[in-house]
Structure formats: C-alpha cells, structure tokens
Design a protein around this ligand. Structure first.
Ligand code: ZN
Length: 79
C-alpha cells in the first residue's frame, strides 16, 4: 500500500515509529516524508510524545494526564 497522501500516513504513524511496518510500506512512507515537511513535523511530535510517555512509569502517570496525552495523539492523527 503506497503512501501518497498525508491521510495514508496517519494510520501508519504508530507502526512507523515502532519500526513495525513492512519494508515496502516503510520505504513508501519515507518517500512521502521526503516531500512533505508537514508530515515530518507530525512524526517528530509523535515520536517525542511517545518518548515522553516511555520515560514516565505507569504508576507515576495520573489517569487524567494519560487521557490528555492520548487526546493529543488522537488530535495529531486527525490532521
Ligand atoms: Zn504528508
């Protein structure tokens, strides 16, 4: 499945960051990124959020904050 539109990328973002995409899809996504600064910014903000979440232990994260971060990610994904 080639990544042609920004919308195509959105659903793959999580797997891309986790390096879980099949190589063909991964390449296709990176080709899109090379032509689309907006999606690069989206990947970066997603990555930094994921990194932030990983640095916080589950029991240190209040449920409200978890929700806030989740809605941040969801909002990001609807661009
Ligand atoms: Zn794009």
């Amino acid at each position: 499945m080639p990544v042609r539109k920004c919308q195509d990328l959105v659903g793959l973002l999580a797997d891309y960051v986790e390096q879980q995409l099949p190589p063909a899809v991964h390449d296709s996504l990176e080709r899109h990124l090379s032509a689309c600064p907006r999606c690069v910014a989206q990947v970066k903000s997603y990555q930094s959020t994921v990194t932030l979440l990983r640095t916080i232990k589950d029991d240190e994260l209040p449920p409200e904050l978890r929700c806030t971060l989740k809605s941040f990610l969801d909002r990001n994904c609807r661009n």
